[in-house]
Design a protein around this ligand. Sequence first.
Ligand SMILES: Nc1ncnc2c1ncn2[C@@H]1O[C@H](COP(=O)(O)OP(=O)(O)O)[C@@H](O)[C@H]1O
Ligand SMILES: [Mg+2]
Length: 236
Amino acid sequence: MLKVEHIDAYYDKICALHDISLEIGDDDIISIIGSNGAGKSTLMNAISGIVYGKNGRITFNGKNITNQKPYITTRDGIIQVPEGREIFPKMTVLENLEMGSYSIRRTRQGMNDKIEEMYELFPKLRDRKSQKAGSLSGGEQQMVAIARGLMADPKLLMLDEPSLGLAPVIVDDVFHIIERVNKEKKIPILLVEQNAFMALEVSSRCYVLENGRVVIEGSSEELSKSDRIVKAYLGG
Ligand SMILES: Nc1ncnc2c1ncn2[C@@H]1O[C@H](COP(=O)(O)OP(=O)(O)O)[C@@H](O)[C@H]1O
Ligand SMILES: [Mg+2]
């Protein structure tokens, strides 16, 4: 459904992505791992149109979306949950969810049903719905960020480091939710992570980014056994 072919990206004259190609299928969770500064966020931003891609081509369900304005890419159904969550801290949880739906025309009933669907997926958010989002724990804020993304009815959900800054037990919860979103809602997911262990566990395929290049790609199961990956990313 999403195809990235030979994309480069620059910040001024500094090349942040070199000749990146990747593909996401209809039911996939695909992960991109790599250390800090590898280019993971830049790649996600190139897909969503926030960063300008040079050369190459990005297509989504056959439509050329290369360097398309971000709001049009959102309208096409590619929804990004950014690094650092970027929820609205002074708004309540419920208001944050409603904001996620701004690009979609819904009836009041449709909105209520969608919010109810989010509370079923994230029961904690129901308890916290009237609380200011900024007062929640890191894990709960990440759930708000993911739920807000889902409110836009994504055809592809892109998550940038959802585990960043969370305690290990909370990371498990977040990854469990990512799996459920993929399986129950049938939404393909592009997952960017420094937490290679979790990323390899939930994804079917993985791309390893180093210095803006894809240096290894393959099935996550195979990669999690590869010496190079174990040494560099799994602390082996
Ligand atoms: N807005 C920016 N201006 C200039 N350089 C940037 C900018 N954003 C990122 N970079 C640089 O691009 C490279 C890739 O960054 P990034 O995509 O954020 O990596 P990651 O998400 O893997 O940590 C890094 O060298 C980073 O310093
Ligand atoms: Mg990043």
